[in-house]
Design a protein around this ligand. Sequence first.
Ligand SMILES: [Fe+2]
Length: 186
Amino acid sequence: MNRSQTALLHAKEPQDSAFCASPVLPTTQLAENRLEAVREAVDAILLNCPDPLQVRDGAVHLYGVAQACALIALRRGEDAELAAIAGMLHDLSTYADAYTPDHAARSAALARTLLRRLALFSAEEVDQVCAAIACHSEKAQVHTAFAEVLLDADVLQHGLYNPTLFLLEEEVARFRALQEEFSLAR
Ligand SMILES: [Fe+2]
């Protein structure tokens, strides 16, 4: 199955009862599926990484955080589509530049360029996503409700990727709060 076919599958055609039985959000046509458009742009950057392990790590982390964003956003009444898009983009400069320092600000700038180029988002939506990305490394601080979705999703993905490993010190409190929020065993 090629990427277009996969995107079509995820677009949830209205006439297909198997996919329309319980849509989480209103169904979208392929041309308007903004999350898939962002994913295609992210995939193009990831697949350009010279190290296959970096491709793997990037895909696992960015897709994992995006899904965690959707879960947390739906739980808290935030915009799940924009949250998933923030998750897809939040560490992108790390993979685009193979350069980690200041990656939150660099990824926010890259996300702004990418989202403007796609021309699918309002200026307010671009600002909301990029503001969350810009502060996502500040795990000890409390930010806007939307940004908190991204920060917590980043921690949740780290914690669930391998539950036997220790989290970074600044992530422990957030992970414990998520365990309470989602009634996870401690
Ligand atoms: Fe991250």
